[in-house]
Design a protein around this ligand. Structure first.
Ligand code: ADP
Ligand code: MG
Length: 586
């Protein structure tokens, strides 16, 4: 992302009518809120390096050191008063914000509940020599207690001690030091992801918690933060839309091997601001839900860039919610972009410890092999272009080599890498897409769209529960369209006379399928198609000739999501050339 820095303007007090229009609310709830506000101030000041030190989970000390443009001595006290900001002047400025801060309340709120010391030196004063040192101002409980001069290079250091010392009610709510420190780590990590061009460092009790190099490359930054071992772990995506409501999306989705049981590593930035837009999170989730196992969430970073006019940042006191004027278009593009990547992202052979060890910075460890798979090394030579999901063309050119355990096809790609393909899941994917194309939404009136069904010599009788039987009866015409011809046999019993596709092996699963077809849910049809595909697909344990393997691979290549079975499990496992070179030490 290009960060444009606007020249600093003096700090002013907002007029009451402007102050009133700004979403109000409590700014400082816990230590992490202080860190967030101070880091945002440093970013707004154009810092390229931000160091955060905390002690006692931030309650004893929070210090944020930046190399930004600084605060002039005569504005220092003003900066700590309420509603004083250099970032906006008028209500109109709110509609084209270029900064993270704009309310002029953070420093004042912190000063009221802690001891706050600001040491700052403006960038211009460095040319003027030692007679213009940094100014230092300390406030406790909102009152100035000390003024000093100190030596330092340009930039600002804000130190917050004894947070909430005068608000015992607040202190009571604080959790264990470790919990507070954990929140802080998450927030700093988030900003490091949002600003790959800025070097971040976080220490707790003088121990390094995280560190990034400020390379400007998001993939490198993610590899540094998560200690990711291989370039193939991250798949880039981007999308650009022109016209009146132009916007741009870009980001990375982690390989499915990195999927997590919570959303903690799904991060969304809009114009450099970390936000919690419900609809965009839903759009992201819609992009990956069916492609990962149930309840799993990817490592995912999305940056949205749009004209500041198309965004209202002034809707939430912590500024973490925004209103997008053309939300539906963006949400749609987000879903497509994420789905497009995951549908083609094969599984990887590494067993991963994710997120990587938080405290270890492996570059400094003795005995690390030069070409070892540790992040610090690989991150340097990281090339995002390596990390592309498998394309239909590559899949179509795979050459089957052999079958393993009568279950997995081994195939070689033209670049010499190896793919392992689960034959059951590959076939399941092929059948599922065929069924979906042919029957999903098929209306019983259009007989030509009906499934090619196979009459069973002996109809199978299934018995349903009372509430199921009613739904099942209503759905009989739809089921016929799907190749399942059934009729009521009295009471709660039904006869199934035909199955789709002529797969005899389906017969033993008919009771289970009938229960699915009688499920009281919105997605019963899709769930039924998935089950039909699963039960009709060839099983593991079947010997496949080379021709059969070739034809299964090429039909798989033509599907929309060749890497993932309809249940969200992997079909492909990829051993890249880089992996072989590394592991064999070639
Ligand atoms: P806001 O960020 O909403 O303007 P704050 O209370 O956070 O309000 O800060 C008040 C003002 O102090 C800012 O507008 C900015 O001019 C100045 N300021 C605060 N922190 C820094 C910093 N780290 N570097 C430079 N200026 C800063
Ligand atoms: Mg601020």
């Amino acid at each position: 992302m290009t960060i444009i820095h606007y020249p600093r303007t003096p700090i002013v007090t907002l007029s009451p009518d402007v102050a009133e229009r700004i979403a109000a609310g409590e700014v400082i709830e816990r230590p992490v809120s202080v860190v967030k506000e101070l880091v945002e101030n440093a970013l707004d000041a154009g810092a390229r390096e931000i160091r955060v030190e905390i002690r006692g989970g931030g309650l004893r000390l929070i210090r944020v050191i930046d190399d930004g443009y600084g605060i002039p001595e005569d504005e220092l006290e003003h900066a700590c008063a309420r509603h004083t900001t250099s970032k906006i002047r008028s209500v109109e400025d709110l509609s084209h914000l270029h900064t993270l801060g704009f309310r002029g309340e953070a420093l004042a709120s912190v000063a009221a509940v802690a001891e706050l010391t600001i040491v700052s030196r403006v960038i211009e004063s460095e040319d003027m020599g030692e007679e213009h040192p940094a100014a230092s101002l300390t406030l406790r409980g909102g009152e100035v207690t000390q003024r000093e001069r100190k030596a330092r290079l340009h930039g600002t250091t804000v130190t917050v001690r004894d947070l909430f010392y005068n608000v015992p009610a607040r202190l009571k709510f604080m959790r264990a030091t470790r919990t507070e420190a954990g929140h802080i780590r998450q927030v700093v990590r988030r900003y490091a992801v949002g600003y790959p061009g800025v070097r971040f460092q976080l220490t707790h009790e003088e121990q390094s918690v995280l560190q990034t190099g400020g390379s400007g490359n998001l993939a490198t930054t993610l590899a540094e933060l998560y200690h990711l071992p291989l370039a193939e772990m991250l798949h880039p995506f981007s999308h650009e839309e022109g016209g009146e409501h132009a916007f741009r999306l870009h980001g990375y989705v982690g390989n499915r091997a990195l999927a997590q049981p919570n959303r903690q590593h799904v991060t969304l930035f809009i114009n450099g601001r970390w936000v919690q837009s419900r609809s965009l999170y839903e759009a992201l989730e819609a992009g990956y839900r069916a492609l990962l196992p149930k309840g799993k969430h990817p490592l995912l970073v999305l940056h949205v860039e749009l004209a500041p006019e198309d965004l209202d940042a002034n809707v939430h006191p912590a500024k973490t919610e925004v209103k997008l004027l053309h939300e539906a278009e963006i949400a749609n593009a987000v879903t497509k972009a994420v789905r497009g990547v995951l549908e083609r992202s094969p599984a990887l052979p590494e067993i991963l410890d994710f997120p990587g060890p938080e405290l270890v910075y492996q570059r400094h460890l003795p005995g690390v092999r030069r070409r070892g798979l540790h992040v610090a090394e690989t991150a340097e030579g990281y090339q995002a272009s390596q990390a592309s999901p498998v394309s239909a063309e590559v899949l179509a050119t795979l050459r089957p080599l052999a079958q393993l355990q009568e279950a997995v096809m081994l195939a070689e790609a033209p670049d010499g890498s190896l793919y392992l393909i689960d034959q059951h899941r590959a076939h399941e994917r092929v059948i599922y897409e065929h069924l979906r194309r042919t029957y999903a939404g098929a209306q019983p009136e259009h007989e030509e769209e009906w499934a090619e069904s196979h009459l069973l010599l002996e109809p199978v009788m299934v018995e349903l529960k009372r509430h199921e039987a009613e739904l099942f009866e209503q759905r009989l015409p739809m089921l016929r369209g799907m190749g399942l011809e059934c009729e009521r046999f009295g009471g709660r019993s039904f006869l199934i006379r035909s199955v789709p596709g002529g797969e005899e092996q389906l017969v033993e699963h008919l009771p289970e399928l009938a229960h699915l077809a009688a499920e009281d849910s919105n997605d019963w049809q899709d769930r039924l198609l998935i089950a039909l595909a699963c039960r009709s697909a060839m099983r593991r344990g079947r010997v496949l000739g080379m021709d059969e393997q070739r034809s299964l691979i090429s039909t798989l290549a033509a599907t929309s999501a060749p890497a993932v079975c309809p249940h969200g499990s992997p079909i492909l496992l990829h051993y890249s050339r880089a992996f072989l070179i590394d592991k064999f030490d070639w």
